[in-house]
Design a protein around this ligand. Sequence first.
Ligand SMILES: Cc1cc2nc3c(=O)[nH]c(=O)nc-3n(C[C@H](O)[C@H](O)[C@H](O)COP(=O)(O)O)c2cc1C
Length: 176
Amino acid sequence: MKLLAFAGSSSSTSRNRELVKYVLKAFTEDDVNLLDLNDFDMPVFSVDREKNGFPQEAHQFLKAIEECDAIICSLAEHNRSYTAAFKNVFDWASRINVKVWQNKPMFLLSTSPGAYGGGNVMATAHKFFPQFGADIRETFSLPNFNDTFDVENTAITDAALKAALDEKTADFKQSL
Ligand SMILES: Cc1cc2nc3c(=O)[nH]c(=O)nc-3n(C[C@H](O)[C@H](O)[C@H](O)COP(=O)(O)O)c2cc1C
C-alpha cells in the first residue's frame, strides 16, 4: 500500500504535520511518502501566469497523488480557511487536472490550538474536496492541540480524543 501524507501548512513546526505523523504510526508496514508543501513552493497562481505554462511542482504534486493508493492529509486553518501555501498548490494543480485528488481514498484531518481544531477549514474541505475527486472515507479534527498533543512523543494526551482518532484510523485502514 502506497500512502501519500502531508500537512496543509508550510510551517517548519507544523502542528498538522505532527498530527499526520501520529496517524502514520498505524501504517508502519506501508510505503509512506510524507510530502512537505515547501517542496511545492510556486509563484502565486494567476490566470496570466498560467498562460506561460505550469510550474514543474504542480505536475509533481499531481504525480505524487497519481502514484499513491490513499491520502492522509491534515489541513491547517488560517483565517477560517486553507493556508495560502496549500491553496496555491491546490489552485495550480486544479488547473492541470480538476480532479486533483484522483478518486484516491482520503483520511482528512485538521488541528489547531483553538477549541474548534480547524473545524472551519475541515468543513470547507469536507464539502468541496469531493468535487475535486476526493473519496473522503474518514474525517477528524483535533481541538486544543497545545493541550491534547505531546509533540516530543508524537502522542495524543487526551484519552477520549486518542480513542476517537485511533478508531477512525482503524476504520480508514479497514476501508482500503
Ligand atoms: C494568519 C493566521 C491565521 C490563523 N487563523 C486561524 C483560524 O482561523 N482558526 C484557527 O483555529 N487557528 C488559526 N490560526 C492558528 C493556527 O491554527 C496555528 O498557527 C496552527 O499551528 C496552524 O497549523 P500548522 O502548525 O500546521 O501550520 C491562525 C494562524 C495564523 C498565522
